[in-house]
Write a protein that binds this ligand. Structure first.
Ligand code: HEC
Ligand code: HEC
Ligand code: HEC
Ligand code: HEC
Ligand code: HEC
Ligand code: HEC
Length: 472
C-alpha cells in the first residue's frame, strides 16, 4: 500500500521532471537585477518616492493611453522619444521632461523586450506588494503565503536528510554484503569445501544489488528535489500578463453587469470555462464602436480579427485582401474620430499598425491559469454541482481591468477548501436525481435531514481528498 502510493509519487515526480521546461518566461527577479544595475541611481526602489527621477509605481497605467511601444522606446532612449516628431501625440512625455527640470534619463538601448517586461513586472510588484516576487514574507500577509515559504524551507532540510539517509543506506548495504560474504565463507569452511576467495571492497561495492539500491536512492532524492523545485515553477499567483486587446472585466462584468457565464459558458457544463470567441464580442460590438477609454483603437482589433467592416456593417468576404481591408478601416477611423482633434493622422496610422497583424486571425489571448497536466480540475463540478462562486477561486474579477491570478492553484489550496467546505445537498438537484444518486450521498443526506448530522458533510467526507480524484 505504502509502496503503491510511493510509486505514484515517483511517477508524478518523473512527469514533473519532463514538464520542467513549462517554466514561465516572466521573472521579476531578473527585472530586479536590471533595476539595481541601471535604474536605482535615479529611481527609488519602493516605487513610491521621487528622487532624481519620478516614482515609477503605476507607470504602466500612466502610459496606457499610448501604444505600449512608446513606454518601451522611452526607457530605451527617452531623448529619442522627445526629439522624434512622430511622438507628437504624446504630450505626457514632454510635460514629464519639463517637470524634472529638463534632466535627461540615461539611454539603455541594449534592453530587450523581455528585459522590459521583467522590469515592469518588478516595478509593479514592488509598488503593489513591497517585494520583487510576491507572496512577500511580511507578517501581515502571512496566512497562506507564510505556509508556502515554510514548506519550501522544510523541503530544503528534507532533501538534506534524504541525502544523508541515502548515504547511510548505501553504506549499510555494502557492510551487509561484506558480512554475508564472510558468513558464506565460514559455512563453506565448516562443510569442508574449499572456501571462495574473499571479495574486495570494490567487488562488493559493484555488486548488482548494491548498484540497484544506489540507483533507487538516487531516484528518490533526485525526484524529491525536482518536485520541490517544480512546485515553485508551476505556480504563478498574481500573474497578470498584458493581453493583445485591452479587454477590461471591470467595464464588462463590473460597470455593465454582464454575467460571467454569458462569455464563459463552458463553466456550467464542462471541464473548461472557455475564453469566448470574437463572435461573442461581436454580439455587442457591431453596435458599440467606441470605448470610453481607448476610443476606436481596441475595438478596431476585434473588427480586424473577426473580419467585420464597420462602414458597411457587414463582414468582409474571405477573399478581400489585407490592403483593401486596411483602406476601409482607415476611412472608418477618420469618420469615427472626426469630432476629436487630438486624434491626428499619425495616431490613426498607429491604430492601424496595431490592428494589421490581427486581421483574419483568432485573438491570441495569453492564458493565465495553468494547472500541471497531471492534475484534474473540472469547472462544472464546482460551479454547477458544488455551487462555488467564480469569485471564491478567481477573486473579484469584475473589478479587474487586467485579470490577475488570485489563487496559488497549489494542491494545498484545493485540499484546504475541500476540508472546510460543506457539500450543498439540499440546493442541489444533482444529489436527488435518480440517475446520479449514490448510496453514500443518500445516507449523508438522510443523516442531515433527520438531524443526526448537525455539522453537515464536507467535501473531504465524500472523497475530495482521494489522490485519484485529482490525479490522472
Ligand atoms: C540619470 C538618472 C536616471 C536613470 C539612471 C534612470 N532614469 Fe528613468 N527617469 C529619470 C528622469 C529625470 C525622468 C523624468 C523624465 C525626464 O526628465 O527625462 C525619468 C523618467 C522615467 C520614466 C517615466 C516615468 C513616469 O512616471 O511616466 C520611466 C518609466 C523610467 N524613467 C524608467 C527608468 C528605468 C526602467 C531605468 C533603468 C533601466 C531608468 N529609468 C533609469 C532619470 C533616470
Ligand atoms: C464580455 C465577455 C466576458 C465576461 C462577461 C467575463 N469575461 Fe472573463 N474573460 C473574457 C476574455 C475575453 C478573457 C481573456 C482575456 C483576459 O484574460 O482578460 C477572459 C479571461 C478570464 C479569466 C482568466 C482566464 C485565464 O487565462 O486563465 C478568468 C479567471 C475570467 N475571465 C473570469 C471571469 C469572471 C469570474 C467573470 C464574471 C465576474 C468574467 N470572467 C466575465 C471575457 C469575459
Ligand atoms: C473551485 C475553484 C474554481 C471556481 C469556482 C471557478 N474556477 Fe475558473 N479556474 C479554476 C482553476 C483551478 C482553473 C485552471 C484550470 C486549468 O488550468 O486546467 C480555472 C480556469 C479558468 C479559466 C481559464 C480557461 C479554462 O477553463 O481553463 C476561466 C476563463 C475561468 N476559470 C473562469 C471561471 C468562471 C467564469 C467561473 C464561474 C462561473 C469559474 N471560473 C469558477 C478554478 C475555479
Ligand atoms: C454583452 C455586450 C458585450 C459583449 C459581449 C462584449 N462587450 Fe465589449 N463593451 C461592451 C460595453 C457596454 C462597453 C462599454 C461601452 C461604453 O462604455 O461606451 C464595451 C467596451 C469594450 C471595449 C472598449 C474599452 C475602452 O475603454 O475603450 C473593448 C476593447 C471591448 N469592449 C472589448 C470586448 C471584447 C474583446 C469582447 C469579446 C471577448 C467584448 N468586448 C464583448 C459590451 C460588450
Ligand atoms: C473554494 C473551494 C474549492 C476549491 C478551492 C477547490 N474545490 Fe474541488 N470541490 C469543492 C466543492 C464544494 C466540491 C463538491 C462538489 C460536489 O458537491 O460534488 C468539490 C469537488 C471536487 C471534486 C470531486 C470530488 C468527489 O469526491 O466527487 C474534485 C475532483 C475536485 N473538487 C478537484 C479540485 C481541484 C483539483 C482543485 C484545485 C485545483 C479544487 N477542487 C479546488 C470546492 C473547492
Ligand atoms: C483536491 C485535489 C487533489 C487531491 C485530492 C490530491 N492532489 Fe496532488 N495535486 C493537486 C494539484 C492541483 C497539484 C498541482 C499543484 C501545483 O502545481 O503546485 C498537485 C500536485 C501533486 C504532486 C506534485 C507536487 C506538488 O505539490 O506540486 C504530487 C506528488 C501529488 N500531488 C501527490 C498527491 C497524492 C499522493 C495525493 C493523495 C494523498 C494527492 N496528490 C491528492 C491536487 C490534488
Amino acid at each position: 500500500m505504502i509502496f503503491r502510493t510511493f510509486l505514484r509519487c515517483l511517477t508524478l515526480a518523473l512527469i514533473l521532471t519532463m514538464s520542467f521546461n513549462r517554466a514561465n518566461a516572466q521573472d521579476p527577479k531578473k527585472g530586479e537585477a536590471i533595476f539595481k544595475d541601471n535604474c536605482a541611481s535615479c529611481h527609488v526602489k519602493d516605487m513610491k518616492t521621487k528622487m532624481t527621477g519620478p516614482a515609477l509605481g503605476g507607470v504602466e497605467e500612466r502610459w496606457s493611453k499610448f501604444p505600449k511601444k512608446e513606454l518601451y522606446d522611452w526607457i530605451r532612449n527617452s531623448s529619442g522619444v522627445l526629439a522624434d516628431a512622430s511622438y507628437k501625440s504624446n504630450p505626457y512625455a514632454k510635460s514629464l521632461y519639463a517637470e524634472y527640470k529638463n534632466t535627461n534619463m540615461t539611454a539603455f538601448p541594449n534592453l530587450t523586450d523581455e528585459d522590459l517586461v521583467n522590469l515592469l513586472l518588478y516595478i509593479n510588484n514592488m509598488y503593489k506588494d513591497g517585494c520583487a516576487a510576491p507572496p512577500c514574507k511580511t507578517p501581515d500577509v502571512a496566512t497562506a503565503k507564510g505556509a508556502k515559504t515554510e514548506t519550501k524551507e522544510a523541503g530544503d532540510n528534507g532533501s538534506m536528510i534524504l541525502w544523508a539517509l541515502a548515504f547511510v543506506l548505501v553504506l549499510a548495504s555494502i557492510l551487509l554484503a561484506r558480512y554475508i560474504n564472510s558468513l558464506n565463507r565460514l559455512a563453506q569452511q565448516r562443510a569442508g569445501e574449499s572456501p571462495v576467495e574473499e571479495k574486495s571492497f570494490l567487488q562488493i561495492a559493484l555488486n548488482p544489488t548494491v548498484v540497484r539500491i544506489l540507483i533507487f536512492a538516487l531516484v528518490i532524492v533526485g525526484g524529491y528535489t525536482t518536485v520541490n523545485n517544480a512546485i515553485g515553477l508551476g505556480r504563478q499567483q498574481n500573474y497578470a500578463p498584458e493581453q493583445p486587446i485591452k479587454f477590461s472585466h471591470e467595464v464588462h462584468a463590473g460597470k455593465n453587469g454582464i454575467d460571467c457565464q454569458y462569455c464563459h459558458d463552458g463553466a456550467r457544463r464542462s471541464k473548461h470555462a472557455v475564453i469566448p470567441a470574437t463572435n461573442t464580442c461581436m454580439n455587442c460590438h457591431t453596435a458599440i464602436k467606441k470605448g470610453p477609454e481607448y476610443g476606436t483603437a481596441e475595438i478596431l482589433k476585434i473588427y480586424a480579427a473577426s473580419g467585420f467592416n464597420p462602414l458597411s456593417g457587414t463582414y468582409f468576404k474571405e477573399s478581400v485582401p489585407t490592403d483593401e481591408r486596411l483602406a476601409e478601416y482607415k476611412k472608418w477611423l477618420k469618420e469615427a474620430n472626426a469630432d476629436n482633434k487630438a486624434i491626428t493622422e499619425s495616431e490613426i496610422s498607429v491604430q492601424l499598425s496595431f490592428a494589421k497583424p490581427m486581421i483574419g486571425k483568432p485573438v491570441n489571448w495569453v492564458k493565465i491559469h495553468n494547472l500541471p497536466d497531471h492534475a484534474y480540475f473540472n469547472h462544472a463540478q464546482h460551479v454547477t454541482v458544488g455551487k462555488v462562486a467564480c469569485q471564491d477561486c478567481h477573486g473579484k474579477v469584475e473589478e479587474m481591468k487586467l485579470v490577475k491570478q488570485h489563487a496559488p492553484l497549489s494542491m494545498g489550496w484545493c485540499i484546504n477548501c475541500h476540508r472546510q467546505t460543506k457539500v450543498k445537498f439540499d440546493e442541489n438537484s444533482y444529489y436527488s436525481s435518480e440517475t446520479k444518486s449514490h448510496k453514500m450521498y443518500e445516507q449523508y443526506h438522510n443523516e442531515v435531514k433527520s438531524g443526526k448530522r448537525t455539522n453537515g458533510v464536507t467535501v473531504e467526507e465524500i472523497g475530495g481528498l482521494e489522490c485519484q480524484k485529482c490525479h490522472y
